[in-house]
Design a protein around this ligand. Sequence first.
Ligand SMILES: *[C@@H]1O[C@H](CO)[C@@H](O)[C@H](O)[C@H]1NC(C)=O
Ligand SMILES: *[C@@H]1O[C@H](CO)[C@@H](O)[C@H](O)[C@H]1NC(C)=O
Ligand SMILES: *[C@@H]1O[C@H](CO)[C@@H](O)[C@H](O)[C@H]1NC(C)=O
Ligand SMILES: *[C@@H]1O[C@H](CO)[C@@H](O)[C@H](O)[C@H]1NC(C)=O
Ligand SMILES: *[C@@H]1O[C@H](CO)[C@@H](O)[C@H](O)[C@H]1NC(C)=O
Length: 400
Amino acid sequence: MFVSAAVIFGAFLAFPLEAFPLANRKVSNQSNSLGPLTFRADGTFQISIFEDLHFGENAWDQWGPQQDINSVRVINEILDKESPGLVVLNGDLITGENGFLENSTVYIDQIVNPLVTRDLTWASTYGNHDYDFNISGDAILERERRWRNSRTSPMVSGPDAGVSNYYLPVYGHGCVSEYICRPQLILWFFDSRGGFKYQQKDASGNRVGQPNWVDASVVDWFNQTSRGLTRRYGKVIPSLGFVHIPPFAFYAAQGAGVDPNRQPGIDDDLPLAPQAQGWCRDGRNDGTCTYGAQDTEFMRAISHTEGLIALFSGHDHGDTWCYKWDKLLPSMDVTPANNISLCFGQHTGYGGYGNWERGARQVKVSKKGLVKFEAGTWIRLESGARDGRVKTQDRDDDVG
Ligand SMILES: *[C@@H]1O[C@H](CO)[C@@H](O)[C@H](O)[C@H]1NC(C)=O
Ligand SMILES: *[C@@H]1O[C@H](CO)[C@@H](O)[C@H](O)[C@H]1NC(C)=O
Ligand SMILES: *[C@@H]1O[C@H](CO)[C@@H](O)[C@H](O)[C@H]1NC(C)=O
Ligand SMILES: *[C@@H]1O[C@H](CO)[C@@H](O)[C@H](O)[C@H]1NC(C)=O
Ligand SMILES: *[C@@H]1O[C@H](CO)[C@@H](O)[C@H](O)[C@H]1NC(C)=O
């Protein structure tokens, strides 16, 4: 796994984190006021993934705000049981179609309150429901960044890139400065967009759909940046990825058969909804096509990036399994080269469709397991039970 031994120390010093353009958008001045993410003294690092929270439904009815109270309770109950070093909010934080322009993002304050109370930091990806006529990734980001605990920091500019595309390095225990430490783990966040364009209507007065896949500009950025990190540190740094809408490979894996013993979890959304669903190859989304394949380059990139252990998605509330993508799957032409695990989390919010028990996927890596590019993962349910425990690789590691 080791690339050429040359550690280009000069280049390392010349490219601190800020050198990556923060895109041309208004983010607060707090991007680096948090200390670096670090492993615990015991050599582990844990992530709790809250996804599909769907805050802000029907604010004018009693049941909408009540759902949000219930969702806050879920977050609190899970955090009473788990001790993550980072929380990931993996998309559909808010049900944007119910929002009013003037206050569609205020729900962020409610979502993050349990995290702020515990002094936890978080990182978001935005989902299709976070983009609508009265809400946008940029608007949510603005609200998030009022809290210093937010690590969401867009790194790809451009009109079609979406917002939540960035990476976060995680350093060894005791690291105090990202300028001198070497990352032990890289976390990649991708924006699968979707939903509708902010404050835009077409000639007939309808909302304008936004493509629902990771944009090509982001795939290029990921390819270049991950190779740049490998060069800079002279080795492949293990990594994990997060994206709200699963790419088509999840769909193909489900079609090939999810086995309750080998891929434990719920498999009720059958078939699941992947990126590029409802779009045509020529870019139309007029309801005439089922899948446009625009996520192919993204799938090629994630399945050929050495050291990328797993990709975590939400979106399909009725699916919670993990699948090791280790071969060419039927109806696909991307052959994976890195055995990446494709993992759903668990529907966390009381908003959004479905009544499967609420919960949150946990991911735990150890320095020892990462040497073999392994991570451990399980789901913590609202009831407190622990479910669906799997390793992302077949071999044992010391995690979990
Ligand atoms: C920048 O930081 C200062 C000091 O923490 C704070 O008062 C100010 O509101 C911040 N600016 C923005 C845009 O968040
Ligand atoms: C957007 O917000 C405005 C202002 O509150 C409201 O009047 C309108 O109904 C909302 N539009 C949509 C499509 O939700
Ligand atoms: C948002 O604004 C609408 C319309 O102005 C109002 O009815 C609603 O109570 C507000 N919601 C929140 C959460 O402040
Ligand atoms: C990354 O870019 C290089 C050069 O353009 C290309 O050869 C390679 O296939 C790309 N890799 C991935 C994983 O997309
Ligand atoms: C992927 O897993 C297969 C077995 O499922 C194994 O033969 C192969 O060596 C693995 N490849 C990598 C890159 O780990």
